[in-house]
Design a protein around this ligand. Structure first.
Ligand code: PLP
Ligand code: COI
Length: 350
């Protein structure tokens, strides 16, 4: 390979406390690498999880050409290893690459790279009750640039780590803080793609929310009129039999696959499941609010701080439908309920 590698010592599975996994990187054995240079992708396949040197003028370092994905492998109770809607991650990364002028890594090959990486690290799969194997495909500009333009060289990596819940509360209602000062995205920007810079921009407002005892920021649109999303998850609000989530029309919100799955499950439950502007005032009348994402799965929202006041959502507990979506989604992901929509892909056995 044309870049220097320094392998990172994997933590042997026997030394991992799988019963108390959080959401932090644990080095496993293998990662997948492909490199783009000379106008084409070359797969280097699975190598030891390694550090590598980068060119100091690498485009990702100063102009932020970097994008990632997040998906999970689960272990069914029959010992099968399954992926959830991974083709959708492949498509979303390809869309993001086009927006950030990065070279698309072909979608079928993306799925294959994810599959290979999971299977090569299968000794690290937590059981269904312990958590999941989180999969992080990432692409960034490694080639040198000085003027603002797309780089000529890129790396695409896939690494994995066993994880437990994203929010330390687990499946318990979280407290969120609305910020009228900080915003995540504006129309025409890159809110709808998993650009690494979106997450850098959120760290400061998020740290303020955490200092005040909240799990995350709940973002509004730039005019502070309607909800957008949470820093790492989509937002839903239910009143009666309508379940609403902010629409994707302005391209300010990440089109989450847990979001679209929940819209489908809600319709199956007989709710009116809609994507529309969800106004801030609706919070005061909501029966329940929740957020959704690969890492967050279904997380109920018990309380929201807005303008210095705390608003309890519903009765502050786990909402009726949050529980239903959580149970149904988990059952589908673990092949314990029919996979009516073809969301689950079995890739092997542990
Ligand atoms: N919104 C943001 C900003 C995210 O980072 C994520 C996580 O990927 C989501 C929403 C949820 O998307 P998904 O359900 O596809 O994981
Ligand atoms: C995911 O849910 O997979 C995400 O990418 C969120 C992440 C920023 C932790």
């Amino acid at each position: 390979m044309e870049f220097e590698l320094r392998p990172i010592k994997a933590v042997p599975p026997a030394e991992i406390d799988f019963d108390s996994l959080g959401f932090a990187f644990i080095p496993t054995e293998k990662m997948f690498v492909a490199r783009y240079a000379g106008g084409k992708w070359t797969d280097h396949g699975l190598i030891a999880v390694s550090e590598f040197w980068m060119h100091p003028a690498g485009g990702a370092l100063h102009y932020g050409q970097a994008i990632f994905e997040g998906t999970k492998a689960r272990l069914t109770r029959d010992g099968e290893i399954v992926l959830f809607r991974v083709e959708d991650n492949a498509r979303r990364m390809a869309d993001g690459c086009r927006r950030l002028m990065m070279p698309v890594y072909e979608e079928g090959k993306f799925v294959d790279a994810v599959t290979q990486t999971v299977l090569a690290n299968k000794e690290y799969m937590p059981t269904a009750d312990q958590g999941a194997m989180y999969i992080r495909p990432v692409m960034f500009a490694s080639g040198p640039v000085l003027g603002v333009k797309p780089a000529d060289e890129y790396l695409f990596l896939v690494f994995v780590s066993p994880v437990g819940p994203y929010f330390k509360e687990g499946f318990k209602p979280i407290k969120l803080k609305i910020s009228k000062e900080y915003h995540r995205a504006a129309a025409g920007g890159v809110g709808c793609v998993k650009a690494a810079g979106n997450y850098a921009a959120g760290m400061y407002p998020n740290s303020l929310a955490k200092e005040d005892g909240y799990a995350e920021i709940l973002y509004l649109d730039v005019d502070n009129k309607h909800f957008e999303e949470v820093g790492a998850a989509n937002f839903f609000l239910r009143k009666g039999d309508e379940l609403a989530t902010p629409s994707l029309d302005d391209k300010t919100i990440l089109p989450g696959y847990t979001r679209s799955s929940v819209l489908q499950l809600a319709a199956d439950e007989g709710l009116s499941a809609v994507a529309r502007d969800v106004m801030l005032e609706e919070l005061y009348e909501a029966d329940e609010c929740l957020c959704t994402g690969t890492a967050a799965v279904i997380t109920p929202i018990g309380l929201v701080e807005v303008d210095g006041k705390e608003v309890t959502v519903g009765d502050g507990g786990v909402g009726k439908y949050s529980q239903i979506f959580y149970d149904k989604l988990n059952a589908i992901m673990l092949k314990e309920a029919p996979d009516k929509y073809g969301w689950v892909m079995t890739i092997g056995k542990k």
